[in-house]
Each structure stands twice: as C-alpha cells, then as structure tokens.
Design a protein around this ligand. Structure first.
Ligand SMILES: [Zn+2]
Ligand SMILES: [Zn+2]
Length: 313
C-alpha cells in the first residue's frame, strides 16, 4: 500500500478509507480502527473541507468494522450526541499529539477501570460501551480546539456559526472562503437539539491542561516559556502527576504549594468553569480570566517587569 511517513507525524495512505479498513482486517480482525478527530476540517471523516456527511458514506460496507469515533479537541460528546446516526459508536478522546511538544500529550484521555490492563480488555470495553470498565473521557472545553469556530487565520477573523452564515462563509476582510469550524459542521449535520443525552453514553469531564492554567495565571503569551514549566514541574513534584492535580488534590493541599489564585483556577477548571475565547482556522482557543483573575495577572505582569528590569534584561 503506497504511503508517506514524512508528514507532520501523520502516516498518509494513498488508498480509500474502506480499502484501508479491509486490508487491516485481513492482517488481523483484532485491529481496532477509530477515525481520529472526527470533525476537524481537514483529514477527518466529517471535516468541512474533505469529509463526508456520514460514517457509512466514508467507510461504505466496511462501516461494520468501525466501533468508535475519536471526538477531537474541537468537539465534545454533547456535540456528537446531537447526531442520532452516531449512537451506535463509542466516543473516545485522544490528544492527537503529533507535534514534538510533550505538553500536547494527555490533553484528552480515556479513563478505564480494568481487571487486567490488556489490549483486548480495552478494545472490548470500547466495543461494548461498558460503563463499568470505561468510566469517562477527559475533554478539553471544545472551544479550546484549533477548529472550534469558523474563521480565517491570516485575517484574524473568528466567527460563530451564525455570524459565518450571515456572511455566507466568506471572509469579510479578504473575500476568500472561511474555514468552517467544528461547531458549524455539527450544526449542519445534527438531527437533535442541544442537550440531548443518549441512554448508554459514557460520561465525560471538561478540563483544560495544567500548563494552560499556569500560562493564564502568569499572564504569559506562549507555552514555550521556561517560567511556566518551572511552576508546572514544581507542582508535579509535590502531587505526582497532572491528572491528580486537575482531578483530585483538595484546594487546601493545593494552597500549601501553589498560590491561592492558581489553586482557584485549578478548582474552577475541575468544575468546567474556565471560559475560553474559541479557536478557529488552526488557532488554539485561549482561556479568558474573570476580573479577579485579571487583577492577579496584572500584579504578576508588573512583578515580572520589575524582575526583568532588576536583572537588566
Ligand atoms: Zn475529545
Ligand atoms: Zn481573510
């Protein structure tokens, strides 16, 4: 099968989707095929740029071998639940981490409780949507995803589905076609109103990564900053791992190690209450802090400035 391994960490196969499934099933029927980031505009089953309107249209007679879909960063289960045609699939959440940056790992995850941690146990729990073994998925707020809203990156134009439809998906700045985001694409294909929950749905938790919380708390613009990772590693040293910090450690314990305001952000994140300015056309969404946290940010910024002045930088 012709292909290319040299594309941004992704394997490209020059074959149709049903043909790929058929060939993989011949190698072993135990192979699990999960269409990844199912809604992303490019390279996805429902993508606005190159996708189909149903799983069946894409995989044809091979759909019988597809048991799960990966929701991608820009969509969460509630959005997928709006399509009755997806009820038969189990929804999983992975990080789609194919860049060289380790902090992109674990942004989304699947939580299992298994007697034995084996490939076949995991696959079986997914295939059967077994809530006893497949406990929940961890999802970023879908607005954090790079393709949640519609827009045009070069022109910094960012639009909700309604705004985009009002301008016929044409960029008001340059006249080119906008990249239709995931929320709008779900809206196009949905046959149910918002808020519908299927009976056998696997629960989920909404969380953004700890590094993003520290970045917002420190008021730093990029995740590449050493200052963020110093604070991150300090917390990891105290509490073992990121999921423990995000999900379990009490406020009291957090405040022994972290500043009160950062502890507050971690608690708000746990309740899914961090607001996000939506991502669009390849630009990540950004956490928006409320006024109280903005104040913290200002203080931090002036402290940093003083520090820089002090060190002569
Ligand atoms: Zn997801
Ligand atoms: Zn434009």
């Amino acid at each position: 099968m012709g292909g290319n391994l040299d594309q941004d960490g992704r394997l490209l196969l020059f074959k149709s989707s049903p043909e790929v499934v058929e060939r993989l099933m011949k190698i072993s029927p135990e192979i699990m095929i999960i269409p990844a980031h199912a809604w992303t505009p490019w390279f996805s089953v429902f993508g606005s740029k190159s996708g189909f309107d149903s799983v069946e249209e894409c995989y044809q007679d091979q759909t019988k071998h597809i048991h799960a879909l990966e929701t991608g960063l820009s969509s969460d289960p509630t959005m997928n639940w709006r399509l009755s045609s997806l009820d038969k699939f189990c929804l999983v959440s992975n990080s789609d981490s194919h860049s060289a940056w380790p902090w992109r790992l674990g942004r989304e995850f699947n939580a299992f409780e298994l007697d034995e941690i084996t490939y076949s146990e995991i696959v079986d729990a997914i295939k059967k949507k077994d809530k006893k073994r497949f406990l929940f998925t961890g999802e970023v707020n879908p607005a954090y995803g790079k393709y949640h809203w519609t827009g045009h990156r070069n022109c910094m134009v960012q639009m909700s589905p309604k705004q985009a439809l009002d301008v016929n998906n044409i960029c008001p700045k340059c006249g080119k076609k906008l990249t239709v985001g995931v929320e709008q694409r779900v809206e196009e294909l949905a046959d149910r109103p918002e808020g519908f929950v299927p009976k056998d749905a696997i629960p989920f938790k909404t969380l953004i990564p700890l590094s993003e919380l520290i970045k917002a708390y420190l008021g730093i613009k990029t995740l590449y900053s050493q200052t963020i990772w110093k604070e991150y590693n300090r917390l990891i040293e105290s509490f073992g791992n990121e999921f423990n910090i995000l999900l379990d450690v009490s406020r009291e314990e957090l405040e022994k190690v972290a500043d009160r305001n950062l502890a507050e952000l971690i608690m708000l994140n746990r309740e899914g209450k961090i607001k996000i300015n939506p991502g669009y056309d390849g630009v990540y969404g950004e956490p928006i802090l409320d006024e109280k946290s903005q104040e913290v940010k200002r203080i931090k910024n002036s402290e940093q400035k003083q520090l820089l002045e002090f060190s002569g930088l």
